[in-house]
Every structure is written in structure tokens, then in C-alpha cells.
Design a protein around this ligand. Structure first.
Ligand code: PGA
Length: 251
């Protein structure tokens, strides 16, 4: 079956960005509105402290905003956490859940990631659910099995009726400048697609599968044309408007 999926490019600013980062967003907005119209949905996921500012300022130029994580509960005694409805209230339409840095730094399990994705959907957000293997798991030939387990455990059944995005991010490629070969990326994305179709039928054929991990202006064009790569989740290269714009234009 041939399905047309509009690619999505999301910038994950991680723990970078102060109010002054609005300049970067304004520069990006300028490039997006004066150049050729982007062929991708553009999302910026800044730290929660400046989310509202980025969401309000990006809206006029079609830049959508997303959170980087949310708590699974709607509210309550969870000091320091941010709920999905708070992100939505601040103007987010998306939220990254289960990023490998959250899984590693905060010990998040598939079960917790699934609960966060459910909370996101409940608040009207589109979750970007991250999966990916370590280098040791890839070397041991277990990459596809590890990712399959993460997909089964992290994607909620609600994905059948609601928009959910998968981001494949090999952990060893994040922030390292290294990327898998296009063949390896294609093989993994095809494997993810098969599993999504197996579980969600036709819906699984239309879910976006983003690639993340050292996506840069120099490699974006070739990676983004690999089969079943429906966009990218960009860390470091999303911090500079010029670089991020080049990646968006590579679609
Ligand atoms: P990177 O990060 O592009 O800096 O490798 C990707 C991510 O962690 O989302």
C-alpha cells in the first residue's frame, strides 16, 4: 500500500535555551516564511520555562511547539514535574516521551513511557515516542529485537484512534556525530513499520517514524529519503536556526 505521509521535523532543544533564544526562533521563522514553503511540519521542543514564549511566537509562522517530557498524572504532589495539560495550556501540540536521556537519567521504563504517552493523548497532545538501541545491543545483533520490545511496551493502545509519532534514535548516534548506514536505518524503519501495521493495521501504515541521532545539514538529505523515514528528531543541529532550516529544507 502506498501512503503519503507529510514529514515532520522536530527540534529537541534539550536543556538549552533562555528567553534570548527567541532570536533563534525569529530567525527560523523569517527563513521559513520568506523561502519556499516547507514540505514538512515543523516543531520546536524548547525547555518548559520558555515553551509558552516559543509557542506564541512560532504560531504566526507555522512553527508548532512541543514539550520534552510530561508526567503521567494530570496534577498532584509531584514536585518539579510538568503535566501534559500544563504543556497544552502553554501552547504545546506535541510532547517527546521516553527519550533515551530520560530513560537513562531518570530510569524511565516502557510502562512509564506508555503512561506518559496516554496522558499526552488525554491532554490533546501528540506524543513523540522515542525508542532506540545501545551500541552493545546493536553489536550483539539485538537492535531490532530491543526496539520491538520498546515499541510494544511504550506505545499505548490509544494510538489506534489518536495521532502518535515514533522516533527511532539509536542511543550511540545521539550527540556523537555518528550515524548508522542508510541501509541500517532503512532496515530498522521497515521493521518498525511492519510492527506498527501488525498491531494497528492501516493506522500503522500512516504513523510517522522519525529518525534521530546526529541528523545534520550534511546528512539530512540522504537520511530523509530512506524508505519509511518520515522526518527527523534533531538535537544539537536544531539550536542554530540556519542548520535547522537546512535540515527542514532537505525534505
Ligand atoms: P542529536 O540529538 O541530534 O544531537 O544527536 C538527537 C536527540 O537526542 O533527539
Amino acid at each position: 500500500m502506498t501512503t503519503t505521509i507529510t514529514p515532520l521535523i522536530a527540534g529537541n532543544w534539550k536543556m538549552n535555551g533562555l528567553r534570548g533564544s527567541l532570536e533563534e526562533l525569529t530567525e527560523l521563522a523569517g527563513m521559513l516564511t520568506t523561502g519556499e514553503a516547507p514540505r514538512a511540519v515543523v516543531v520546536v521542543c524548547p525547555p518548559a520555562t520558555i515553551l509558552h514564549m516559543i509557542a506564541s511566537n512560532g504560531a504566526t509562522s507555522g512553527i508548532l511547539a512541543g514539550g520534552q517530557d510530561c508526567h503521567a498524572a494530570a496534577s498532584g504532589a509531584h514536585t518539579g514535574d510538568v503535566s501534559a495539560s500544563m504543556l497544552a495550556d502553554a501552547g504545546a501540540q506535541y510532547v517527546i516521551v521516553g527519550h533515551s536521556e530520560r530513560r537513562a537519567d531518570h530510569g524511565e521504563t516502557d510502562e512509564q513511557v506508555r503512561a506518559k504517552a496516554e496522558a499526552a493523548i488525554g491532554a490533546g497532545l501528540k506524543p513523540i515516542i522515542c525508542v532506540g538501541e545501545t551500541e552493545a545491543e546493536r553489536d550483539a545483533g539485538r537492535a531490532e529485537a530491543v526496539v520491538a520490545g520498546q515499541l510494544a511496551g511504550s506505545i499505548p493502545d490509544a494510538a489506534e484512534q489518536h495521532e502518535v509519532i515514533v522516533a527511532y534514535e539509536p542511543i550511540w548516534a545521539i550527540g556523537t556525530g555518528r550515524t548508522p548506514s542508510n541501509e541500517d536505518i532503512g532496515q530498522m524503519h521497515n521493521s518498525i513499520r511492519r510492527q506498527l501495521i501488525e498491531r494497528f493495521g492501516d493506522k500503522g501504515a500512516t504513523m510517522r517514524i522519525l529518525y534521530g541521532g546526529s541528523l545534520k545539514p550534511q546528512n539530512a538529505r540522504e537520511i530523509l529519503q530512506v524508505e519509511n523515514v518520515n522526518g527527523g528528531l534533531v538535537g544539537g543541529a536544531s539550536l542554530l536556526a540556519k542548520d535547522f532550516y537546512t535540515i527542514i529544507s532537505a525534505v
